[in-house]
Design a protein around this ligand. Structure first.
Ligand SMILES: *[C@@H]1O[C@H](CO)[C@@H](O)[C@H](O)[C@H]1NC(C)=O
Length: 289
């Protein structure tokens, strides 16, 4: 399992789109930036969310959608408005200066250029965003039941092997600003981890440098690897005590995002987990504390 934290960004939208009245078009929106969440919207049109990182979701309609760093979504948009041109907008979220990029949704029989104000992003950022994320549900009809390595497709009934709490931080180590997880800032080794593991090369990485819970220790540098066993089913808690949104990506795996919350995580929060129709995804945002 390899989690990475995604950090920085740029806003790009192709200039003009073109569509026929009455038809429905699919848009796939990816945030390929490194630090900034974005909000996506189309003037005068509802967006039907159908897919999030490979999971089919309950098809709710949205006026705008937050897409965090590393995330991808698919929406369907029906051109059901009077034939003219409409703004397509992406703007940065949770930033002091809001950067906005626009493009044009052009109806084939359009008789008017874009007009009116560029539709605004939702006002209250972090809370709104978390509420929206909670509305994403697995579509249990289209994500048909299938066995997983634990022998059950009911993820909510599998007992986790263990709980790992990962807290991100930005400490100074040897006078340099570093990003750290549970007080350990990762150092990329010269020998690739998989080679070191396969050929049993000692001294490349350590499996005891990173604790499974946040530690109060001073931050250190290490090539930290967390050991788990095949078929383990792990509860991972991301604790963000910083004041910026974080994005965590699990390389090569997906995971169920069973809950979002504020403040410090406690075992009591398990009562509010969605153990029925949470979606599996590869990347999750973690709201600031
Ligand atoms: C689930 O997905 C199917 C398409 O695969 C769709 O027809 C159905 O409306 C979806 N269910 C909900 C509740 O959105």
């Amino acid at each position: 399992m390899k989690f990475c934290r995604l950090i920085h960004s740029i806003l790009l939208i192709r200039a003009t789109n073109f569509g026929v009245s009455g038809k429905t078009y699919m848009f796939r929106i990816s945030n390929v930036g490194l630090s900034t969440s974005l909000n996506f919207r189309i003037q005068g049109h509802k967006m039907k969310l159908v897919e999030v990182e490979g999971s089919h979701v309950i098809q709710n309609l949205y006026d705008s959608l937050d897409v965090h760093v590393g995330q991808s979504i698919t929406i369907l948009v029906t051109l059901d408005q009077p034939p003219k041109d409409y703004y397509i907008v992406a703007s940065t979220r949770f930033t002091k200066t809001v950067l906005t990029a626009t493009a044009v949704l052009h109806y084939a029989n359009s008789n008017a250029p874009v007009s009116g104000p560029v539709p605004a992003a939702p006002a209250n950022g972090f809370d709104w965003s978390m509420e929206q994320a909670r509305t994403y549900r697995w579509n249990l009809t289209s994500n048909a039941a299938r066995p997983n390595p634990q022998g059950s497709f009911h993820y909510g009934t599998i007992t986790p092997t263990k709980t790992i709490v990962l807290a991100n931080s930005a400490p100074l180590i040897n006078g340099k600003l570093r990003y750290a997880v549970n007080g350990v800032s990762y150092i990329n080794p010269d020998t690739p981890l998989k080679l070191a593991d396969y050929f049993n090369i000692p001294g490349v990485f350590s499996t005891n440098s990173l604790s499974e819970l946040p530690s109060g220790r001073a931050a250190t540098l290490a090539t930290s690897v967390m050991a788990t066993s095949l078929h383990d089913f792990i509860e991972v808690v991301f604790q963000n005590n910083e004041n910026t949104m974080q994005a965590w990506h699990l390389d090569g795996y997906d995971f169920w995002v069973v809950g979002f919350g504020s403040g410090q995580w406690t075992p009591d929060k398990r009562k509010s987990y969605n153990l029925v129709d949470a979606l599996t995804r590869h990347t999750t945002q973690v709201n600031p504390h």
